[in-house]
Ligand binder design. Structure first.
Ligand SMILES: Cc1ncc(C[n+]2csc(CCOP(=O)(O)OP(=O)(O)O)c2C)c(N)n1
Ligand code: SF4
Ligand SMILES: [Mg+2]
Length: 381
């Protein structure tokens, strides 16, 4: 259902164009897309669909070997299992290689402007809480220009499923350093090495009070699907960081931890209620160093009882934050899985309640036009 309009990189593709602020965009989306979608009728039973149903007629324009393909396949295979409805599903993206994703899904979709996907998706999710709204973006899209919109979507706990394709580079614009690139990264825009400390996306999401935070990687479809399923089932905002290989401009960025033979000793698979252990023979464990710092130790040295038991439901995010800081980059043993999954009021529901309360109080459904003209107005000639 998404059709391709152009392939330029300046953000002028899709429905939302220009330099409107986030509120204006959200209102536009609310009006346009909300109207179209609300005309759809809900069937009673979950539909039976196949991967082919979720695959659009658009040919992917990613480089051969790009990690984006495996994420796309994981989602297209998962949707039928979730019993999701194509007509109730929307993928909203900004600009970047990852952001081309909505074209390839046979659902509603918007390829919007750089960095604004969370704002546009927020408007849509508030206007149409019955929809499944997914946000797709790269590390540049969601953490550079879109960083502001992302943190506010996270703190508000809007019912969005946000997938961050982190390849630690600007792929579409041909290889500049990004806010997740490591210090010293030599690129065309940093010939002597980048100077800035990278964002730790998981730490950032936890600090913004996101209620669901997870990490996965593009080399393990089963794990990706498990994380996406958990995100889908979470009520509120769900943030999933995907370590994604850009084999053209940043090849091998994650191979020290994601290659099959490296995984047992380099990936720490977080499982709720289970001791945090890893290694070829599960010989390593994560233990508390001080009240909010964790470290790796040999289980034989510290004893099994010293190993932390993972608790994704902890309301205080301190321990999840400590876990997110265990590795300072994808070259050390790195936790993957669900860091945090807690319940909190969902924004759109609270907003609906406020509106209903206000209408009830005034015994009036309200009139937007009357409101706009209720105070001093000007005519600009
Ligand atoms: C307002 C604006 N500024 C800059 C750009 C140029 N631009 C397009 S995509 C992009 C970054 C892409 O990197 P990322 O979001 O990490 O996605 P990837 O291509 O790596 O998947 C930039 C800077 C733009 N399109 N619009
Ligand atoms: S430039 Fe990198 S991220 Fe973009 S399609 Fe090619 S391999 Fe993928
Ligand atoms: Mg990128």
């Amino acid at each position: 259902m998404t059709t391709e309009t152009s392939t330029e990189t300046n953000g002028s593709t899709g429905m939302a164009t220009g330099t409107t602020g986030s509120t204006g965009i959200a209102d536009t989306v609310t009006g346009l897309l909300g109207e179209v979608l609300s005309s759809r009728k809900e069937a009673a039973e979950p539909p039976v669909t196949t991967k082919a149903d979720w695959t659009s007629d658009q040919e992917p324009r990613w480089c051969p070997g790009c990690g984006d393909y495996s994420v796309l396949t994981a989602i297209q295979l998962l949707m039928p299992e979730l019993g999701a409805r194509m007509e109730n599903t929307v993928f909203v993206s900004g600009i970047g290689c990852a952001a081309r994703f909505p074209y390839y899904m046979n659902t509603y979709g918007m390829h919007t402007i750089h960095g604004r996907a969370p704002a546009i998706a927020s408007g849509l999710a508030m206007a149409r809480p019955d929809l499944d709204v997914w946000v797709i973006g790269g590390d540049g899209d969601l953490l550079s220009i879109g960083g502001n919109h992302l943190i506010h979507a996270l703190r508000r706990n809007i019912n969005l499923k946000i997938l961050l394709f982190n390849n630690q580079i600007y792929g579409l614009t041909k290889g500049q350093y990004s806010p997740t690139s490591e210090v010293g990264k030599v690129t065309k825009s940093s010939p002597l090495g980048s100077l800035a400390e990278p964002f730790n996306a998981i730490s950032l999401a936890l600090s913004a009070e996101a209620t669901f935070v997870a990490r996965t990687h593009d080399m393990d479809r089963a794990h990706m699907q498990e994380m996406f399923r958990r995100a889908y089932e979470h009520h509120g905002v769900a943030f999933v960081e995907i370590y994604q290989n850009c084999n053209v401009f940043n090849d091998g960025a994650f191979e020290l931890i994601t290659k099959k033979d490296k995984r047992p000793s380099m990936l720490i698979n977080l499982k709720h209620g289970e001791p945090i252990r890893f290694g070829e023979n599960m010989e390593n464990g994560v233990v508390l160093e001080s009240h909010d710092i964790v470290k790796i130790a040999k289980v034989a040295d510290v004893g099994e009882s010293a190993v932390l038991v993972h608790d994704e439901k902890q309301v205080n995010p301190s321990l999840a934050l400590a876990l997110s800081r265990l590795a300072s980059g994808p070259f050390m043993p790195t936790p993957i899985g669900v860091f945090r999954a807690v319940d909190r009021q969902e924004y759109a529901e609270e907003l609906s309640r406020q509106i209903a309360y206000s209408q009830d109080l005034k015994k009036n459904p309200g009139d937007l036009e009357a409101l706009l003209y209720s105070r001093a107005t000007w005519e600009v000639t």
